[in-house]
Design a protein around this ligand. Sequence first.
Ligand SMILES: [Zn+2]
Length: 219
Amino acid sequence: MALSGEAFAGAGSTVAGVAGAPGDGRALQRLLDELGRLPGIGPKSAQRIAYYLLEADAETARRLADAILRVKEQVHFCPICFNYATREHCDVCDDPTRDRSRICVVSEPRDVQAIERTGSFHGLYHVLGGVISPMDKVGPEQLHVRELLGRLADGTVEEVILATNPDVEGETTATYLSRIIRPLGVEVTRLASGLPVGGDLEYADEVTLGRAIEARRAL
Ligand SMILES: [Zn+2]
């Protein structure tokens, strides 16, 4: 069961040789350290993944490494809505069938995925890149608020749906945005209640989130 330190060093130097990394005999420890930094991965999970990779063939490890590198090389923020994009713009902004009179404002790209899964919204998105949080020193200047106002300037957009999380920061952000957007003559709506208060959009089930979009209320 127990592999000796030498066996690890041996396996490490093979991999390190391929990757061109220094063969300092700490390859396994480096992998454990890197895996341990990932969200939701504790030391035990890091160990389980590291052992899985050690036992897997080189091609499996290469595929994983390649997928990680590619996502960093090819995925960037859409310059219009700040969702993730693999081409110049994201798939939603590029889709000519989307309703350009409605923009759904969310805090993170993963919220776009959550709302897309409901199939209840056919407009465009705007990702703020966070929420207003004085404790974390995040104000409107740190978010993509200016860019949102820029998108409202030409009069195409008739409704802005504020779909930040139903927690304190999400509500603060929605209230702030509503206050600056309403004077522009754009209707501002908020997701209907029914979402768990203090909860995370990402984890709401599709039916609940879909209903919350359909039953959105004016602010
Ligand atoms: Zn976009």
